[in-house]
Design a protein around this ligand. Structure first.
Ligand code: ADP
Ligand code: MG
Length: 244
């Protein structure tokens, strides 16, 4: 029996009068890789942002590694410390070197010494295949390299689960695969992941479970073979027809 890392049950959220998430049920087991796709505006980002309280859900239950997400700041902090997040924009500190970007979190939030934090940072720079970029500033790197730094920065916090929100959609086409390759490597190493992406080649390779969202609902979910071969809903079939 595998452990449940993320559990969302009947999650609803409104932005004012706009019902953005409608009864979202989603479970992610430890080591499982879930890929979420769906049209722009369907609520994909809001789902992942609710998991680490970048957005607040209004009803239903969200549990991460057994901790229920409530308004209590301590539970929010506890959950954030287990969840790594990578966005479309890299959000690196521009005035700091790559290495400094990576040691900050572990020193401040995890209490690591500089020596230990640097050792860890170099280990994860190796993992994302840019050990030679440690002393550069973000602006000296390509977009693909910057996104790999952002992934390494999350990994330096040694999270239990990684959330990726369209991590390659701001990249020039020739840089997409270098970032996806790193993510495939993470998946192969057993990282628990939720990935919002339209990169369906990546999804076929790593997803244990596909989720299709439309208009704030999870319309369809299932293993990738069935999902791609025989989508159960017209909305999902139409969407896949547009992007494949
Ligand atoms: P997706 O990631 O699937 O493109 P989002 O989760 O970003 O969708 O957004 C879902 C819907 O919620 C969109 O219609 C978007 O305009 C709206 N929305 C997102 N954030 C806010 C916000 N802070 N205030 C009001 N509406 C929002
Ligand atoms: Mg989005």
């Amino acid at each position: 029996m595998s452990q449940t890392t993320i559990e969302m049950v009947g999650v609803n959220k409104w932005f004012g009068d706009f019902h953005v998430l409608k009864d979202i049920d989603l479970t992610v087991a430890a080591g499982e890789r879930v890929v979420i796709c769906g049209p722009s505006g369907s609520g994909k980002s809001t789902v992942v942002r609710c998991i680490n309280r970048l957005e607040r859900h209004q009803s239903g239950l969200i549990r991460v590694d057994g901790i229920e997400l409530t308004d209590d700041d301590r539970t929010v902090a506890a959950i954030r410390s287990e969840v790594g997040m990578v966005f479309q924009q890299f959000n690196l500190f521009p005035h700091l070197t790559v290495l400094e970007n990576l040691v900050l979190g572990p020193m401040k939030a995890r209490g690591l010494s500089r020596t230990d934090a640097e050792a860890r940072a170099r280990r994860y720079l190796d993992r994302v295949r840019i050990p030679e970029q440690a002393d550069k500033r973000p602006a000296q790197l390509s977009g693909g390299q910057q996104q790999r730094v952002a992934i390494a920065r999350s990994l330096c916090m040694e999270p239990k689960v990684m959330l990726f929100d369209e991590p390659t959609s701001a990249l020039d086409p020739e840089m997409i695969s270098e970032v996806l390759d790193v993510m495939v490597g993470l998946a192969e190493d057993g990282m628990t992941m939720i990935v919002v992406t339209h990169e369906m080649g990546f999804a076929r390779k790593v997803a244990d479970k596909m989720v299709f969202m439309d208009a704030g609902e999870i319309v369809e979910t299932g293993p990738p073979e069935a999902f791609f071969a025989n989508p159960g809903s017209d909305r999902c079939r139409a969407f896949l027809g547009r992007i494949l």
